[in-house]
Design a protein around this ligand. Structure first.
Ligand code: C2E
Ligand code: CA
Ligand code: CA
Length: 604
C-alpha cells in the first residue's frame, strides 16, 4: 500500500516540477516526453485521468507501456479515455466506478483492486492508486498509478491484504466490501433471491475515543469485530467500512421474523461490556437495514439506503435498528435542500431570537429568560430550531449560528439589565457539537462580555447530559472556563438522558431543568410526580436549583411549587416572545414581577 501511495506522491511531484496540472492547454502533451523518462523507471502504468464536468474523460498522460499491454497508444487515449475504461472486467465496473465516485466526492486517495480484460480476452488483476484534484473549471484531475496484481499476490500476499483487508480488525475493508456486495446482488438477481444488508454504527464512539484515547478505541473496534463474528450465524460477509462503521451481509433471510431475530442477536452482542486495556467499556450500536431487491435496485443504493436507516435509528435514540423506508430518502433530500438554504441564510441571518420567561414559583418574579432561536424563511415561514439546529450541527454551521445567538442575547440582556432589571439573566442553549469543537468560542464570548461591561452571571449556559458522559478533559476544561467567567451552567432536558446526579456534583452544575416529558402529565400521586419530587430533593441536597420545563396548567404549577421546585417555564406563564414583546409584556401584564420592579425602580 505504501509503495502505491509513494508512487502517487511521486507522480504529483513530477507534475508540479514538469509543469503543473494545467489541463486546458497543450502543455501537458508537450511535456509527455519528459514524463516518459520518469515513467520507464516505474514497474506499472502512470497516468493522469481528466474527468470533465460534462462526463467526458481523457488521459492527458499515460505511460507508453500501455501499448504493450492493451494495444492502445497514449495518443489514442489522450483525447478519449473510454477505449481503456471499456476494458475493465464487466463484473468489476460497478465497484470500480463506485470507488472512484467515493474518492472524487471526498477528494481522498483512491486505491482499488479490479480486473482488466487484455487482448485475447485474458483477465488480469490490477491494483490502482490515485489522488483526485478538483480544478477551477469543475473538472477532476487524477494523478495515478496502476500495477499488475497477480505477480504481487504470488510474491507478497500481504500486499493484496493491504489493499483489501482492514489492518485493525482483519475484516474486508470498504473497497472489498463494495465488490462483495455487488457480487451478491448480481447473484441474487440471477437466482431471484434476496440480499439483506445490516449497517452498524457504534453509538458515541467518538466520545470513547476522545475520553479514553485512540488505543482503547482501536482495541474496542477489534473486540466488536470478533464478537459480531462469533454471535451471529449465517453472515455472508462482515466488513469494516471505516471508523466505527461495520457492514454485514446475510443469507437466507426470506422471512422478516428471521431478519428481526438476527438484528436482535446483533444488538444483544452489545448487551455486555467489552474489556479493553484493563477497563470495561459499555457501548451500544445503531443498525440500519436495507434489502435487495425490495428496497434498492443496485448495490450502491442499497448501501446508501442502509445508511439512511442507520441515521434514523440514531435519531430515534440509538441502540436500536430501523428498516429503510422510502420516506427516509425523501427526508434526506429535504434535509439537503434545507442545508443549502441555511448556508445561504448565513449571509444576512434571517433569524429571530425569542425569549421565554422563567418564573420563580414562590414569588412569581421573573429574573431569568431562555433565548430560543427561530429561522424566518421567506417561503416556509418560521422554522423551528428542532428542524435546523441538527442540520447546522452536521454541516459545521453551528458555530456561526451560536455566535449570532450569543451576540443578540447579550445585546438584549445588556439593554434589559440597564433599563428593567439589573438582576435579569439569559439562558442560551449550547450545542454539544459547538462545545466539542474547541474553546475559541468561550474565549471570544468572555472577552465580548467584558467589552460590554456585563458580568458572566448575566448568562446561563444550557448544556445536555450527553456532553458529560465520558468526562473528557477538554470538556471539563471548557466547563471550568465558563464557571471562571461567572457563567452558570444549567443541565437541560434532565431525566431524558443518563440522569446521573453524580455528574451534576462532579461538574459543578448550578441548576437542572426537568424535561417537559415529566411535567406534561404531572398529577398528584403519579409516578412522574414521585420522580419530580425525588429529583427536587436530591438537587437541593447537592445545592442546585431546579427549573420545571413545559408548565402548561395552574394545577401543575401548584404541584411543583408544593414539591419545592424553584422555577417554572412554560406556556402557562408565557410562550417564547420577541424582544419587543418582552418589553411590552413586562410593562403591561406582569407588573408584580421582578422585571417590573426593576422597571419601576428605574423610574424613580
Ligand atoms: P429546549 O432547550 O428544551 O427548549 C424548550 C422548548 O420547549 C422550546 O422549544 C420551547 O418553545 C418549548 N416550550 C416551552 N414551554 C412549553 C410548554 O409549556 N409546552 C410545550 N409543549 N413546549 C414548551 P423550541 O423553541 O422549539 O426549541 C426546541 C429546542 O431547540 C430547544 O429545546 C433547544 O434544544 C433547541 N434550541 C433552541 N434555540 C437554540 C439555540 O439558540 N441554539 C441551540 N443550540 N439550540 C437551540
Ligand atoms: Ca434549553
Ligand atoms: Ca429543555
Amino acid at each position: 500500500m505504501e509503495t502505491g501511495n509513494n508512487v502517487v506522491k511521486l507522480v504529483r511531484d513530477v507534475v508540479t516540477r514538469i509543469g503543473g496540472s494545467d489541463s486546458t492547454d497543450n502543455k501537458l502533451c508537450q511535456q509527455a516526453h519528459q514524463w516518459d523518462r520518469f515513467a520507464v523507471n516505474i514497474p506499472g502504468t502512470v497516468f493522469q485521468l481528466l474527468e470533465r464536468p460534462d462526463g467526458f474523460s481523457s488521459l492527458p498522460y499515460i505511460s507508453p507501456s500501455i501499448f504493450e499491454l492493451y494495444g492502445l497508444t497514449a495518443e489514442q487515449l489522450r483525447e478519449d479515455a473510454s477505449p481503456l475504461l471499456s476494458r475493465i472486467h464487466p463484473d468489476d465496473v460497478e465497484p470500480f466506478m463506485a470507488s472512484l465516485r467515493m474518492a472524487r466526492e471526498n477528494l481522498s486517495a483512491w486505491h482499488h483492486q479490479f480486473r482488466m480484460v487484455l487482448p485475447h480476452n485474458r483477465a488480469c488483476w490490477r491494483l490502482g492508486w490515485a489522488q483526485p484534484e478538483r480544478l477551477d473549471d469543475g473538472s477532476v484531475l487524477w494523478h495515478g498509478y496502476v500495477q499488475p496484481l497477480a505477480e504481487r499476490i504470488i510474491s507478497n500476499e500481504q500486499f493484496w491484504r493491504g489493499a483489501n483487508i482492514d489492518a485493525l480488525t482483519g475484516l474486508p475493508n470498504r473497497g472489498q466490501f463494495l465488490s462483495i456486495l455487488a457480487q451478491n446482488v448480481r447473484q441474487a438477481q440471477q437466482a431471484n433471491t434476496r440480499v439483506t444488508l445490516f449497517l452498524l454504527d457504534l453509538d458515541h464512539f467518538k466520545d470513547i475515543n476522545e475520553a479514553q484515547g485512540y488505543a482503547v478505541g482501536d482495541t474496542l473496534l477489534f473486540h466488536v469485530a470478533r464478537r459480531l463474528q462469533s454471535c451471529i450465524s449465517d453472515i455472508v460477509s462482515l466488513s469494516r467500512l471505516g471508523g466505527d462503521e461495520f457492514a454485514m451481509l446475510l443469507n437466507g433471510m426470506a422471512d422478516l421474523s428471521d431478519v428481526k431475530a438476527k438484528v436482535g442477536d446483533a444488538l444483544s452482542a452489545f448487551s455486555h461490556p467489552f474489556f479493553c486495556h484493563g477497563g470495561e467499556i459499555h457501548v451500544s450500536v445503531s443498525i440500519g437495514i436495507a434489502f435487495f431487491p425490495d428496497d434498492a435496485a443496485n448495490s450502491e443504493s442499497m448501501l446508501r439506503f442502509a445508511e439512511r436507516a442507520m441515521y434514523a435509528a440514531k435519531q430515534d435514540g440509538r441502540n436500536c435498528y430501523r428498516f429503510f423506508m422510502p420516506a427516509m430518502q425523501e427526508r434526506t433530500q429535504k434535509k439537503m435542500a434545507l442545508a443549502k438554504e441555511l448556508r445561504r441564510a448565513l449571509v444576512d441571518y434571517p433569524f429571530t431570537l425569542l425569549y421565554q420567561p422563567i418564573v420563580d414559583l414562590a414569588s412569581g418574579e421573573v429574573n431569568k429568560l431562555e433565548a430560543l432561536i427561530r429561522w424566518q424563511h421567506p417561503e416556509r415561514g418560521s422554522i423551528s430550531p428542532a428542524d435546523f439546529i441538527p442540520i447546522a450541527e452536521e454541516t459545521g454551521m453551528i458555530g456561526d449560528i451560536s455566535n449570532w445567538v450569543f451576540h443578540t442575547a447579550v445585546q438584549d440582556i445588556a439593554y434589559w439589565r440597564a433599563s428593567l432589571n439589573p438582576k435579569l439573566r439569559v439562558g442560551i442553549n449550547l450545542s454539544p457539537v459547538l462545545f466539542r469543537s474547541g474553546d475559541k468560542f468561550i474565549q471570544s464570548w468572555v472577552e465580548h462580555l467584558s467589552q460590554m461591561d456585563l458580568p458572566g452571571e448575566a448568562l446561563i449556559a444550557e448544556i445536555t447530559e450527553g456532553l458529560l458522559l465520558n468526562n473528557s478533559n477538554s470538556v471539563i476544561k471548557r466547563l471550568d472556563a465558563l464557571r471562571e467567567a461567572g457563567i452558570m451552567v444549567a443541565m437541560d432536558d434532565f431525566g431524558t438522558g443518563y440522569s446521573s446526579l453524580s455528574y451534576l456534583k462532579k461538574f459543578d452544575i448550578g441548576c437542572i431543568k426537568i424535561d417537559r416529558a415529566f411535567i406534561q402529565n404531572l398529577s398528584s400521586g403519579s409516578s412522574d410526580m414521585a420522580l419530580c419530587e425525588a429529583i427536587i430533593v436530591m438537587a437541593h441536597k447537592l445545592g442546585l436549583s431546579v427549573i420545571a420545563e413545559g408548565v402548561e396548567t395552574e394545577a401543575r404549577r401548584c404541584l411543583l411549587a408544593a414539591a419545592g421546585c424553584d422555577y417554572g417555564q412554560g406556556y402557562l406563564f408565557s410562550e417564547p416572545r420577541t424582544a419587543l414583546q418582552v418589553d411590552n409584556w413586562v410593562m403591561h401584564s406582569y407588573k408584580h414581577s421582578e422585571l417590573a420592579v426593576g422597571l419601576s425602580s428605574n423610574e424613580h
